[in-house]
Design a protein around this ligand. Structure first.
Ligand code: C5P
Length: 309
């Protein structure tokens, strides 16, 4: 049996460029891994089968559409294993379809867990390539820490970060579809007259002030630099998110933003006590289903000796 722990992510900067001919958007995507995470346990089995526990388990598909199952099959195919056998159990804490790359995290964890269970010893660069085939956010879940993602998000460059930042995540009822949020971003750009193609939108770049704030471990400076180009689209599709963002700011968060494509909202706090206070206020506000205080950056997917008790 092999258990892998894997972090969720928040995008501290999500700069979205024009829509490319392949339908994807070029990004300047600063990923930040947080301690809120899933665990995936691989045990020998017949074929590739899945099970899932956790508050959102009912919303997790247990068929071959799940990135964990696709990861197991992709790794087996890469090594020419004709008849892969594994049961993957997902202990799910990351909100489902929440903009925190929970499905991508489970895909990354499954790659690592199957690699260890089957004794394949796949080199890290190959795992990262397989991860990029599975989805734009999967390579970062392997890497963790803080990283700049270029291209559609899969071309990663680790970034220096000092100290620990304290976060709160407000979980919404129901998810948002990532493709739908990107389409809404394009629609809003068209509606404003700016256009949404590569020719219309400047190629986004990482904000030097944001990179300095991360490197210095300065939460006040990071709060001032947080930016998500998908936020307007997520709020357009789910206007109630504006109330959630306001509730966290009123409770004393340094800053609030939508996490990735949403609908989870992220709040930066000045320390652990402030984060606990903001989380309690959000839970009491009636503007979200629940709220979790956590911290980061933390490492990417890694094998742990024992599953969560
Ligand atoms: O790569 P992944 O399958 O996770 O992406 C899901 C969807 O999100 C894509 O099909 C696309 O609609 C959208 N997307 C995008 N530009 C990116 C990443 C994702 O338009 N850079």
């Amino acid at each position: 049996m092999v258990t892998v722990r894997v972090p969720a992510k928040v995008n501290v900067q999500l700069g979205v460029g024009g829509v490319r001919p392949d339908g994807y958007h070029d990004l300047a995507n600063v990923f930040f891994a947080v301690a809120l995470g899933d665990q995936v346990t691989a045990t020998p089995g017949e074929g590739v089968t899945l099970s899932c526990d956790g508050p959102d388990a009912d919303a997790v598909p247990l068929d071959d559409s799940n990135l964990a199952a696709r990861a197991a099959r992709l790794l087996a195919a890469h090594h020419g294993l004709a008849d892969p056998g594994v049961h993957l159990h997902i202990d799910k804490a990351i909100p489902v379809a929440g903009g925190m790359a929970g499905g991508s995290a489970d895909g990354a964890a499954a790659l690592l867990a199957c690699d260890a269970l089957w004794g394949l010893d796949t080199p890290q660069p190959v795992l990262l390539e397989l991860a990029a085939e599975l989805g734009s956010d999967v390579p970062f879940a392997l890497l963790g820490g803080v990283a700049l993602g270029r291209g559609r998000g899969e071309l990663l460059e680790p970034l220096p970060a000092a100290g620990t930042f304290h976060w709160v995540f407000a979980v919404a009822d129901g998810g948002l579809s990532t493709p739908a949020v990107f389409r809404e971003c394009d629609r809003l750009r068209e509606e404003s007259g700016l256009g949404s193609s590569l020719a219309d939108v400047p190629t986004p770049d990482a904000d030097p002030a944001l990179l300095a704030a991360l490197a210095e471990g300065d939460p006040v400076a990071l709060a001032a630099a947080l930016a998500n180009d998908l936020q307007a689209a997520a709020v357009s599709l789910r206007p109630a998110l504006a109330d959630t963002l306001r509730a966290g700011t009123e409770a004393g968060a340094l800053a609030a933003l939508v996490s990735g494509s949403g609908p989870t909202c992220a709040f930066l706090a000045k320390d652990a006590d402030a984060a606990a206070h903001v989380a309690a206020a959000l839970r009491a506000s009636g503007t979200c289903r629940t709220a979790h205080a956590t911290h980061g950056p933390v490492p990417g997917a890694r094998v742990v000796s024992a599953p969560r008790p």
